[in-house]
Design a protein around this ligand. Sequence first.
Ligand code: FAD
Length: 377
Amino acid sequence: MPRHAEIAGGGIAGLNAAIVLARLGWSVRVHERAPEIRESGAGIFLRKNSIDVLDFVGAFADLAPKGVKIQKSRIADREGRIRQEFDVTPSRLHCVPRQALVDVLAQVARRAGAEIELSSTAVAAEEEGALVLQDGRRLRADLVIVADGARSPVRNSLVPAARYWELKTAVNRHFVPTRDIAREPFTTQHWSGNRRIGITPTSETHTYVYTVCRDTDTSGRALPLDVDNWNEAFPSLRRELEIISAAPVIQYRYHLVRCPRWHRGRVAIIGDAAHGLPPTLGQGAGLAIMNTYALGQCLDRTAPVEQALDDWERKVRFLSDMTQKWSCRYDWFTREWPERLDFMRPAIFWAFRRLPFLDQRMRLAERGLEAIGFATA
Ligand SMILES: Cc1cc2nc3c(=O)[nH]c(=O)nc-3n(C[C@H](O)[C@H](O)[C@H](O)COP(=O)(O)OP(=O)(O)OC[C@H]3O[C@@H](n4cnc5c(N)ncnc54)[C@H](O)[C@@H]3O)c2cc1C
């Protein structure tokens, strides 16, 4: 009899866990609260650590043609002058539409034998190995995976000490149906005071744009985008702002999750439910994908599930903790940096990129599974 897993949540983390376990011979069922597998529209950056895993589980070949391989990462000032430019081709950076990512993950999960039950809401997990659903079912399993996102009611049922915070940064994610504002495969972040605009091509037809500001910046947060107001901060981007303001958009607040333990008995907590973090380093999904792969490896090597989960958390957790810490510092740096010291910011960026001591700490997750002692081959 194959071992059986019940998974709460059909987002990036839950679907990737389903693929990893199904490929290891487990029978797997995913419970997704929504009536379809759906991500809110814009793009997402994938870096080496997640791409290596997606390659290994057979999902990246289907996904890569739907996105854009980024060649350069650039930082521009308020006048549009490029202040920093890096070749990112050696480090594998792609931007893909979010919906394409979850569609491919769901397809590959089903192909590997996983079942996905839609409109199925989980309410609690029990450490002896049971997932409780809103419709009253209590499903026994060798392993329960909690992947229901940052607010995670299922995690809270298991680890009441877990905390979710909203940070003081607001972000609007725009999914712009043209490449007219990003013809080249470059990602560009424009900085002006405590506001940022990121512009990146995410498919042949779409550009992913994020506009970020303090949550107290009411004009900056306003939707539809206040073109005149943003244009004052970014005088060179009038045409782009007009195009961006007409595109579909969703607003978020940066958040943070602190979960003192990621497993209890036969239950593992993964993805944003375990380590939700501000997206400043583009690593939330990256960590989720990497950690679920490592989870599969631990379960495959160690027979008792409880022991495998213990081993897994001990090995992988520090990397997510460190990435959370640096993504919060980066968020603070962009949000709270005094405007009168704006001129110093390029020098600080330069220092981070050029001094391996700093850069390697901040971007440790990008090194991928090898940084936590696992191999993808
Ligand atoms: C503005 C922004 C930009 C980002 N950019 C990047 C980036 O470039 N790169 C990157 O790697 N990461 C990025 N992230 C982070 C990334 O989006 C998240 O880390 C990732 O989506 C987390 O996936 P998840 O599956 O853990 O959670 P979620 O995506 O929240 O998925 C949870 C799923 O569980 C379902 N669910 C919820 N409750 C229940 C329940 N009770 N029962 C059953 N199902 C339930 C939900 O419907 C959902 O489908 C960004 C985040 C934000 C906010």
